[in-house]
Design a protein around this ligand. Structure first.
Ligand code: ZN
Length: 105
């Protein structure tokens, strides 16, 4: 039986989130994508739609963090709007960005 990495509670079969503390279940994987600024907002939206993403970090060409988006279950629509607005501002200033994604698989 798998246990929650954060609180140690035993997890029900097939659980995607810990029923006790809400921590995502599964191994964490990191991915990085280099995108041009005009693709930034679309790429982030696509990543969130994929569903198993827990964090999205947007960096500039020098590797400085511009934005960190914590993605929890149910981050959609209106909750996401301020983040997308912030991404729009970044896209207007930068020419290329790196999107660093943390996933639970
Ligand atoms: Zn837990």
């Amino acid at each position: 039986m798998a246990k929650c990495e954060k609180c140690g509670v035993e997890l029900p079969e097939g659980a995607r989130f810990c029923p006790n503390c809400g921590f995502p279940v599964g191994k964490m994987m990191k991915e990085e994508f280099k995108v041009s600024s005009e693709d930034l907002v679309k790429k982030v939206k696509d990543l969130i739609k994929e569903g198993n993403v827990t964090k999205i970090i947007v960096k500039n060409e020098e590797g400085r963090i511009l934005l960190e988006i914590p993605v929890t279950a149910g981050v959609v629509g209106t909750i996401l709007a301020p983040w997308l607005a912030a991404l729009g501002v970044i896209a207007a200033l930068a020419t290329k960005c790196t999107i660093s994604v943390e996933r639970r698989g």
